[in-house]
Design a protein around this ligand. Structure first.
Ligand SMILES: [Zn+2]
Length: 197
């Protein structure tokens, strides 16, 4: 694929290089060698804005877990609620939430609320199979976080877990955050992952 880069200049994406590349077609022949179609390969580089959630994604590459909290005293149902996944706005009052660091809370109180084991995955899956998706709950947090479990143990409801972070070669996606059973030793973590920093 050709080289490309995206920089930010005066608050706007500034693109250079090739974002759409074509490759030679190939004929599709039937059993007798008769032409019946062609492949038509086209590759596209997407740029995906992380918007207001960018601080969350940057933090996980640095071994920290960010949540948000509604600090609007006039918010009848939401005041003081902590949201993880990171919600930019409170769903009750629609005010902008306050960002908070919940890494220590997650290290101490994370546990499996529920889980789902997937033997098959969709296109471009980069996770090891079977994928052990876990719904993780934390003390005092109003929401449940979807993530995945690494390590040898099978997930169990109520199992104590700890967040781990792909700080060595981050992908800047949600897969940079995973969980392991709480008693896992740092030396047994998967490649490129660390505990919180
Ligand atoms: Zn609110």
């Amino acid at each position: 694929m050709s080289g490309y880069s995206v920089k930010v200049v005066e608050g706007k994406y500034n693109l250079s290089g090739e974002f759409h590349t074509i490759e030679p077609n190939q004929p599709i022949l039937d059993e007798k060698g008769k032409l019946c179609g062609i492949t038509n390969p086209r590759r596209i580089v997407h740029h995906h804005s992380l918007g207001g959630e960018a601080p969350f994604f940057q933090a996980i590459t640095r071994g920290r877990l960010l949540a948000t909290r509604c600090d609007n005293k006039n918010c009848k149902d939401g005041f003081g609620s902590i949201f993880l996944p990171y919600r930019i706005h409170c769903p009750d009052c629609l005010e902008r939430n306050t960002e908070i660091d919940v890494t220590d809370l997650a290290n101490k109180t994370a546990r499996v609320y529920s889980f789902m084991v997937c033997e098959r995955s969709g296109a471009f899956n980069t996770l090891e199979k079977p994928i052990r998706f876990v719904n993780v709950e934390f003390d005092g947090v109003a929401t449940i976080l979807m993530s995945y479990l690494l390590g040898k143990q099978e997930p169990k409801i109520g199992m104590k877990v700890r967040p781990i972070f792909r700080t060595k070669k981050p992908t800047y996606t949600i897969t940079d955050l995973a969980f392991v059973p709480a008693e896992t030793a740092e030396k047994d973590l998967p490649a490129d992952f660390t505990f919180s920093k």
